[in-house]
Design a protein around this ligand. Structure first.
Ligand SMILES: Nc1nc2c(c(=O)[nH]1)N[C@H]1C(S)=C(S)[C@@H](COP(=O)(O)O)O[C@H]1N2
Ligand SMILES: [Mo]
Length: 413
């Protein structure tokens, strides 16, 4: 066989092995009882439901199990509470006949059974996955969850296949398919996304067969799905059948029509244009800095010794999408106030996991209140306000990472 030139992925391969060893060293903490600990809750507290509830879900066959924010009580989302998105429904996959094909512009095409994949080096990541449509539509407010994903790293597999130098994109194909009309032509299409070779061989990218230490459930992509920590949900292709190296980026519905953000970039905004606003379309990719208030709780009250005078209110929320330095909240039109980040579980320190925060709200007046949160990243970036020109210039619903305001009523009794 003639030998052709391939990308040198060995350094990345070595990095992956290093990461695996580090991952194993962390395993004892992942097994500790802290993993089941709920974050700051107080005995006898009650949850005050938000006055502004999401609209009814008009597409339950596409978006399912959306998180009810008031129910957020743990860092890891139980599988039963984890949202699902399926654009072409859930495909039937016969696991005995199933193979993962690795082909296209590679030196040695591979065909692997689930057993063979399970026998490869294992790696685990706790990753908060958000659908890029979350908070972009009136009903889509809980398309987010955090799970412990386990599988095998992709980079060494691609190194074994030998990615030819003319290969620049890695396409991930799902078993699910439907009909798409493309410029008046009806064609059958599988769900698929592509990523650059550099992104696909990042040592954190995994081919996963377990979710929260259980076999990956069918609705979350069994037998195998991609997990790309730090990316929006859409990049995490479920029901994988084929990984294909190609010369160019895939331009299908999920790369180039849907999941494309159309934005009018304000004049002078980086990258600056000569005083002229520019309309730009970008494909949804890496996650953006964001936070949301999750629930308001009340402890103490009528039954307690002080007979209602010692009520304690607490606002609890989450922040994700970038390394979080701190989170602030604002009540009505008041000043931004600091919150505390909950560090009570080992997982809460991991890179791709949401930070849970809380704010002790002293003596709210009995009336309706608006609660807004904003996350600040370690690099100083601030989650944008809804009227931020960069966000206000966005015309499409994906990547709605603006500050979120929720309304709650505090009663006098
Ligand atoms: N094969 C396939 N993979 C897919 C999808 C899909 O429709 N088909 N939806 C994507 C989108 S848009 C999201 S947000 C995540 C959701 O993953 P989950 O259903 O496990 O929560 O899966 C992604 N992977
Ligand atoms: Mo999504």
């Amino acid at each position: 066989m003639e030998s052709r030139e391939t990308h040198d992925l060995t350094r990345r391969g070595l990095l992956v092995e290093g990461a695996t060893a580090a991952g194993l060293a962390l395993l004892p903490s992942l097994h500790s009882p802290s993993v089941v600990r709920a974050y700051p809750s107080r005995p006898g507290e009650e949850v005050l439901p938000w006055l502004d509830q999401p609209a009814p879900n008009p597409v339950p066959h596409v978006a399912g199990g959306l998180l009810r924010w008031e129910d957020l009580t743990s860092l890891i989302t139980p599988v039963e509470q984890f949202f699902t998105i399926a654009h072409y429904g859930q495909p039937e996959v016969d696991v005995t006949a199933w193979r993962l094909e690795v082909g296209g512009l590679v030196e040695n095409p591979l065909s692997l059974t689930l057993e063979e994949l399970r026998a490869r080096p294992r790696q685990e990541v706790v990753f908060t996955m958000e659908c890029s449509g979350n908070h972009g539509l009136p009903f889509l407010h809980g398309a987010i969850g955090t799970a412990r994903w386990r599988g095998t790293p992709l980079a060494p597999l691609l190194a074994e296949a030998g990615v030819l130098t003319e290969g620049s994109e890695v396409v991930f194909w799902g078993a699910d398919a439907g009909e798409e009309e493309i410029r008046e032509i009806k064609v059958p299409q599988h769900f698929a996304r592509s990523m650059s070779v550099a992104d696909a061989t990042d040592p954190t990218v995994l081919l996963c067969y377990e979710m929260n230490r259980q076999p990956l459930p069918p609705k979350h992509g069994a037998p195998l799905r991609l997990i790309a920590p730090g990316w929006y949900g859409v990049a995490n292709v479920k029901w994988l059948t084929r990984i294909e190296v190609r010369e160019s980026r895939l331009q299908n519905r999920f790369m180039a029509r849907d999941y494309v953000t159309l934005r009018q970039e304000p004049p002078g905004a980086p990258p600056a244009h000569a005083g002229e606003p520019v309309w730009v379309e970008t494909s949804v990719g890496k996650a953006l800095l964001k936070s949301a208030p999750a629930r308001v709780t009340r402890a103490g009250g009528a039954g307690s010794p002080a007979g209602g005078q010692d009520r304690q209110y607490r606002v609890i929320g989450a922040a994700w999408g970038a390394p979080i330095a701190r989170v602030e909240v604002r009540i009505d039109d008041g000043p931004w106030l600091p919150t505390r980040i909950d560090h009570s579980t080992a997982e809460s320190e991991e890179e791709f996991v949401w930070r849970l925060w809380y704010f002790d709200w002293n003596m709210p007046t009995p009336s309706e209140h608006a609660i807004t949160s904003r996350a600040i990243a370690t690099d100083g970036r601030v989650q944008p306000a809804p009227d931020d020109p960069w966000l206000a210039g966005k015309q499409t619903y994906w990547e709605s990472n603006g500050q979120i305001t929720r309304r709650v009523a505090i009663s006098a009794d």
